[in-house]
Design a protein around this ligand. Sequence first.
Ligand code: ADP
Ligand code: MG
Length: 210
Amino acid sequence: MSKIIAILNQKGGAGKTTLATNLARALQLNGNQVLLVDSDPQGSSRDWNAASDAGLLPVVGLDRPTLAKDIQALIENRDFLIIDGAPQIAELAVAAIKCADVILIPVQPSPYDIWACDDLVEIIKARQEVTDGKPKAAFVISRVIKNTKLSKEIGEALEGYGLPVFKSFTSQRVVYPQSAAIGSTVLDVEAATEAATEIKAIMQELKEFL
Ligand SMILES: Nc1ncnc2c1ncn2[C@@H]1O[C@H](COP(=O)(O)OP(=O)(O)O)[C@@H](O)[C@H]1O
Ligand SMILES: [Mg+2]
């Protein structure tokens, strides 16, 4: 059965494209047929793909509110479709919420970023209520600064939303933008072992969450 994973957060810079590209690649290297669906009209995932010589992954753009319908034509023979979300909470995000099995919300460990998830969480919960809980949704903390403990306040602020928070997270590391610049991922560049380990941990946690 194909699974649609939507990476959503209306805030730009939350880490959606970074998580979408790296997670898609991790799933592919794990033996899955994966399609990356770029729903951001800015086309970051498509730019990422164009920057790569080899073209690691198939990437398609679906940046119209008909996304939920259009994606159905692409599901066949895929294990995972990863939707890289658009930076607003308009029709596009609603369409992604409609068709997703799981929503991952990358969020930086700052109160302003956490508060900015308010509308998104509300829309997800409204959807879950009419569908018996689909899509499942969880936060994935992104860009954690090394040697800083996540403060209790951050954990509590996230828990206030009543959605699970993944134990695995990404740290702030230059190898994320460095690898993206050449259309690659932390799983493909040398000297990115620690980053690769955190992406694989997120993939593993996602598989358990499904
Ligand atoms: N874990 C990380 N460490 C360092 N830089 C990161 C990390 N995650 C994202 N970035 C950088 O932050 C910027 C915003 O991330 P991006 O994934 O494009 O967010 P979004 O798609 O939500 O706008 C990009 O320049 C990206 O390379
Ligand atoms: Mg993006």
